[in-house]
Ligand binder design. Sequence first.
Ligand SMILES: Cc1cc2nc3c(=O)[nH]c(=O)nc-3n(C[C@H](O)[C@H](O)[C@H](O)COP(=O)(O)O)c2cc1C
Length: 356
Amino acid sequence: MWKNTRLTKLLKIKIPLIQAPMAGGITTPELVAAVSNAGGLGSLGAGMSPDEIRSAILKIKSLTNKPFSVNLFVTDTPSVSNQKINVMKKILKKNCGVYGKEVKDIKPPYTHSLDEQLSVLIEEKIPVISFTFGIPAASWIKKLKQHRITLIGTATSVPEAIYLEKKGMDIVVAQGYEAGGHRATFLDTSASNLVGNFALIPLIADCIQIPVVAAGSIMDARGIVAALTLGAEGVQMGTAFIPCKESGALPAYKKILFKSAAQNTVLTRSFSGKWARGIENKFIKAMKSFEDKILAYPAQHVITLPIRKAAAKRGDLEYFSTWAGQGANLAVEMTANKFIQWLDKNTKKILRIRTG
Ligand SMILES: Cc1cc2nc3c(=O)[nH]c(=O)nc-3n(C[C@H](O)[C@H](O)[C@H](O)COP(=O)(O)O)c2cc1C
């Protein structure tokens, strides 16, 4: 009974479960395809160049003929002075141990062209596109709709959800305070308006007509049933897919989710310039004193990238962005296919018990 929602019809999937897009190599083509083959919606985190996006899409298409989605960041190039960049360079060189020597100069535009990324998605006939940090210009939304692409926007507040519906999104992902990774916030970017899913899902479900998908610390069937009870028509799960065999996360990253350290997730701007939730580590602690020096997103992301890459090479999570939701320690280790079957079976079981 949980399977037939407006979401399953809109997305042409069997189970109303979206594997969250996770940029940075976690959502490999193998993971995306395995989720779609299992009846959910696999999503590619596509914070990469248009050519890299195309080759990932071609690989996914070789592994599944089921629908999948591609996710894009909507971001402008901020103006960041050389003086601010030099201050941040000094801070990083001094406070990142052996990785300090990796810090280099950075230059705008700091990001890939959204126009070029979207053109690839149209050419490759991607059926579903999701966005975070906002949505593209109205002219793009019109064009994507002309190509019959289903559009998903992400909201962390009621005003954002209303805005997304008004601007033509077909589905809203309600991302609670609990969620791992970057907060999608685009209207009120201060960290003062942090709404958890117990309030956010029903508030948004009551305010918009289009389907709501809940995201944030949904780790098992209990979370799925709770989200459905609160008014969501489906779920988007990120952290829960990190330990899957098909995920591209570092082995140490997969392992830490099962340790007590994973119970201590915090919001930080230190890695990218935008608020994001991850497991607290030496880098996050060291950067707390320099909060007012952090560069605007995505300049901070670009300037810290060499540090994270060098730390990743050594399997050192102390200087790496180990994004994870508050429920991270509930993670289980299975293949994506087994995991989805396990979620489906237990969701049905709980719903059967509830309805007697
Ligand atoms: C490692 C990681 C990377 C993420 N990358 C993206 C991304 O590229 N695009 C996006 O829209 N959301 C991204 N998110 C946020 C997810 O879409 C989703 O909101 C979040 O995973 C839900 O919380 P959970 O991780 O507790 O399930 C990321 C989350 C994680 C944990």
